[in-house]
Design a protein around this ligand. Structure first.
Ligand SMILES: *Cc1c(COP(=O)(O)O)cnc(C)c1O
Length: 395
C-alpha cells in the first residue's frame, strides 16, 4: 500500500490550515527548500558555467520528463519539460495543425481553460484555421470529417468533469483528426494512461497537483508515432539537433527533444525534482482510489449538512477528477469566511466554490473539517460578516 501518512509529512502545511486549493498551487514539499539551497550552494556558485554538464542541467528537462512520464502513462524519452503550459499548448496545437494541412478546424469545449482557448484563437488566425467551441457534453457529436485537431482539457478546471480520453480520442481518430489533451488538472490527480489512450499530444503544468512551486515548468508529451515528424513551429536553439553548432538554419532534434525551446529554468526545476521524489512510492491506482473516497465523502457530508448548496460537479466518480464544486449565490463571501477559518478553497465566477482534494496530503479529517465549517458558516450566516468586511475594505 502507498503510505499516505508519509507523503503527507513530506509537505509543509501551515498550522491550523486545511488546504483544498492544491488544484491551483500545491503546497511546498519540505525537501524543496533544501534542494534549491543546495543547487545554489553546490552547483551555480562553484560550478558556474560548467554546471550545464557537471550538474546535468542540460539533460534535466528530459530527466525530469521521464519522472513525470510514469505518472501519466507515458514511456521514457517521451516527455520533456520547459516553458509555461500556455506555451506548450501553442507548440502542441501548432504542430498538430501542421500535421493536418488539408484540414482547418480546431474543436474545443466551453469548459476549457481560457489560456488554451486564447492560444487556439491566436493560432487559428496565424495558421488560417477556425476554432469551434461547443458545450462539454456536445464534443463527441461535434467531431466531423473536417476536423483537424480535437483539443481538450481532460478535467474541467471549474466543474471537475472528466472527459473519456480514450473514447474521444478513438472517435477523433476515426474522423481522421488528431487529439491534444491538457492534463493540468489530471497529472497527479487521476490515473492517466496516455499510451493506452493512443492520444497524439499531451501537455500539463507541474505547480498544481504535482507541487513543483509557483511558475514550475510545464511538460509536453508527443506520441512516439509523431515525435520524429511533428514540427514544433515555436523553434528554439535548445530543440535543434546540434544546439552548440550554432548553425543559422533550424534542424529539429530527434524525438521529443525538439519540443525544447530555450534555456530551461534550472532553479525552478530543482524544486520540482524534490517535489517528484514524493511520488516515487505512490501507486497511481491507490492515488485514484483515495481521491474518489475523499471527493465522494465530501459530497455526501456537504449535501447532508448544507441544503442551500448545489453540487457543480459530476456525482459519478468515473466522470469526476479530484475536485468538487458547490454553487451558492453568495459563494464568494462564503469562501472568504471559510478561508478566514483556515479552510482554503477558492472561488470561480459567477458562483462556484471549488475544493481540490490532493490524496498526497489531504485526508478524511480535512473532508470533515471543511464540511463542518462550511455548514456552520451557512447556518450562522457567517459569510455576511466576511461580505461586510470586504465592502468596508473597498469603500
Ligand atoms: C492552470 C492551467 C493553465 C495555466 O497555464 P500557464 O501557462 O501555466 O499559466 C492552462 N491551461 C489549463 C487547462 C490550466 O488548468
Amino acid at each position: 500500500m502507498t503510505d499516505f501518512s508519509r507523503t503527507k509529512r513530506a509537505f509543509h502545511l501551515p498550522y491550523g490550515v486545511t488546504y483544498l486549493d492544491g488544484n491551483s498551487l500545491g503546497p511546498m514539499p519540505r525537501a524543496a527548500q533544501q534542494r534549491v539551497a543546495a543547487m545554489m550552494a553546490d552547483e551555480w556558485s562553484d560550478m558556474l558555467i560548467t554546471g550545464w554538464n557537471k550538474a546535468g542541467w542540460y539533460e534535466q528537462p528530459q530527466r525530469v520528463g521521464n519522472r513525470i512520464a510514469r505518472l501519466i502513462g507515458a514511456g521514457p524519452g517521451e516527455v520533456v519539460m520547459g516553458d509555461t503550459l500556455s506555451i506548450k499548448v501553442f507548440q502542441a496545437l501548432s504542430a498538430a495543425l501542421a500535421l493536418r494541412p488539408e484540414r482547418r478546424v480546431i474543436l474545443s469545449d466551453s469548459g476549457n481553460f481560457p489560456s488554451d482557448l486564447y492560444v487556439a484563437q491566436g493560432l487559428a488566425t496565424a495558421m488560417g484555421a477556425r476554432l469551434r467551441v461547443v458545450a462539454p457534453k456536445s464534443v463527441a457529436d461535434a467531431i466531423g470529417d473536417d476536423l483537424a485537431v480535437l483539443m481538450l482539457t481532460e478535467v474541467d478546471y471549474r466543474t471537475g468533469r472528466r472527459h473519456d480520453m480514450a473514447a474521444l480520442t478513438a472517435r477523433a481518430h476515426r474522423a481522421g483528426a488528431l487529439t491534444i489533451w491538457d492534463l493540468a488538472h489530471s497529472a497527479g490527480a487521476v490515473d492517466v494512461d496516455l499510451t493506452a489512450s493512443e492520444a497524439d499530444f499531451a501537455v500539463g503544468c507541474t505547480y498544481k497537483y504535482l507541487n513543483g512551486g509557483p511558475g514550475a515548468p510545464a511538460f509536453i508529451w508527443v506520441n512516439p508515432r509523431h515525435a520524429d515528424v511533428a514540427r514544433p513551429i515555436l523553434q528554439g536553439w535548445m530543440g535543434h539537433e546540434a544546439p552548440f553548432a550554432f548553425t543559422p538554419d533550424y534542424a529539429p532534434a530527434p524525438g521529443i527533444e525538439r519540443m525544447r525551446v530555450g534555456t530551461p529554468p534550472v532553479i525552478a526545476m530543482a524544486a520540482l525534482e524534490a517535489a517528484l521524489d514524493v511520488w516515487d512510492e505512490v501507486s497511481m491506482d491507490h492515488l485514484r482510489a483515495k481521491s474518489v473516497d475523499l471527493t465522494g465523502a465530501f459530497i455526501a457530508e456537504v449535501e447532508a449538512s448544507c441544503p442551500d448548496l448545489l453540487l457543480n460537479s459530476p456525482r459519478d466518480p468515473e466522470r469526476r477528477g479530484s475536485q468538487v464544486g458547490f454553487r451558492h449565490r453568495q459563494g464568494h463571501a462564503v469562501m472568504q469566511a471559510l478561508i478566514a477559518e483556515g479552510v482554503i478553497g477558492d472561488f470561480r465566477a459567477p458562483d462556484v466554490m471549488r475544493f481540490g482534494f490532493a490524496p498526497l496530503y489531504n485526508d478524511r479529517d480535512d473532508v470533515s473539517r471543511a464540511a463542518a465549517t462550511l455548514a456552520r458558516i451557512l447556518r450562522d450566516e457567517g459569510w455576511k460578516k466576511a461580505q461586510f468586511m470586504r465592502k468596508a475594505a473597498v469603500t
